[in-house]
Design a binder for this molecule. Sequence first.
Ligand code: ZN
Length: 671
Amino acid sequence: MMATMLTACNNQNTTPVADEFNYADEHFADLQMLRYRVHGFEDLSLKQKELVYYLSEAALEGRDILFDQNGKYNLTIRKMLEIVYTDYQGDKTDSNFVNMVTYLKRVWFSNGIHHHYGCEKFVPGFTEEFFRSALHGVGVEKLPLADGQTVDQLCDEVFPVIFDPAVMPKRVNQADGEDLILTSACNYYDGVTQQEAEDFYLKMKDINDPHPVMYGMNSRLVKENGCIQEKVWKIGGLYSPAIEKIVGWLEKAMAVAENDQQKAVIEKLIQFYKDGDLKTFDEYAITWVKDLDSRVDFVNCFTESYGDPLGMKASWESIVNFKDLDATKRTETISRNAQWFEDHSPVDGRFKKEMVKGVSAKVITAAILGGDLYPSTAIGINLPNSNWIRSVHGSKSVTIGNLTDAYSKAARGNGFAQEFVISPTEIGWMETYGDLTDNLHTDLHECLGHGSGKLLPGVDPDTLKAYGSTIEEARADLFGLYYLADDKLVELGLTPNKEAYKAQYYSYMMNGLMTQLVRIELGSNIEEAHMRNRALIARWVMEKGAADNVVEFVKKEGKTYVQVNDYQKLRELFGQLLAEIQRIKSEGDFVAAREIVEKYAVKIDPELHAEVLERYKKLNLAPYKGFINPVYKAVADAEGNIIDVTIDYTEGYAEQMLRYSKEYANLPYRN
Ligand code: ZN
């Protein structure tokens, strides 16, 4: 499925100046908290701000749903930890308490007790004895006790889930051959085996239906009294208290919708939350895909299926956003000139499109993140998930500009560039032009690169098989690289001068030849298509330019650096490789595809790899990042009319999480 995805592949970690704003001074376990700025919020109309405000509230009201979906004890455990965190009377410098705080911060981050990415259960760094005695020390009335339960009984019930590594070890188990439902801790099934669940849905499906709904997407499948049935998430069903709150805000949002189409979207969504009917959901999705003119847009529903080992049940998530008009102008300028770029590309005329149409990708600004997009988030979204809706009605594809921006700013000042970039000259280029040329390269790649060129008549698009996606990504990247250095970009006002492209050229070569290896374990090959494509391009041009010493490795004090000696020749080499890659694609030359990928894109020099990993490790960077939301406040006049919506960025991580747990505590501990 093509749900939301984190395209971290564009994050090349290169620019070196710190931006204090981004850091939230929170770095724990393998996590780093960042902030994002909602550029342009002030310029929205009052009505649009009001709309964002209501949708933001709706985005936060569903938080407990995700905690419960991720595991049936998560809400109870979160509450127990939070009470000790706020009410503990003992020594707060004691290592048990300190480690419990880290554990709680990880639970908040992952919306449960399992790692948000790896799915494995956290290992608590505090003892059962400490936690039991701490729970006895706080007010009993505040604890999430079941009816008639004592504190000790609560501990006996829940402690194995926290402390016993054998209990619920994985949120989602994908190990082939095991019962994936019984061995997964996620709360999408209760009392049913994998076989029973598969049979249940197989019976429901009609393979001849051209418009199949996404079966099972909005329910928990349970066996009660020997009978297997769905408990649907809707008003009057499971998670009703949270959904009622969401709908309450959506109704307010509907009243200030920008236009009829957007109003219809919100109306359909409300209807779906009320009736739980998956046909209604499809109608909603179709209406949403067609809403292209509104400035403000949002997702608020059961969306991602990665949390279900069978890939059917959808986790709840929300994002509210508005179109970034300036950045979207950039993509529109590129798209408008698509034919010029096609006509002037260095590929053989036989492989060019006579009529090329640029894809206009929308750039958006995130205003709030909720559910499965918070605090760990995607930077690109492509929805809806339904295959038939995608093919008949299309999908919306967006990149989230202010989050990409926050990631790249956070990468500044973390020591990465100082460690790996060869000299202050290159660092200076990246500092000045890094973000701009990085975004521009992505735009050229997405808006033009993938859409350029054509296959010769009779060539099967699948001929390149396993090498197809690496070749395709290389083609799009090379199209972007080649044109980044073109005077046309200066003429169109997309780059400020004839030097800016060097920032991207240097960082691309450094990444492809060296620094992208930090994501790979020593001894492994390069597997992922985007990484293969980058290695392919960087190594090919290095080899072909060797006679002229275009790019070389330089050793300084035992460390390896990439040095680019001739930027114009480098551009010519990108052009030559683009022509060859386009030929391979257009002719469906499988043998050449295999040869070039296997030769340049797969193997890693173990010595260089070990050196890069060692240097990276010393920087002590957190591999995972997440975001603290801004806080919106509605300012009302004496009659209760909203006259302004303010935005504040000062809330801390724990402060925000505790506030959410209090203000949006919409579900019982046990659902
Ligand atoms: Zn691509």
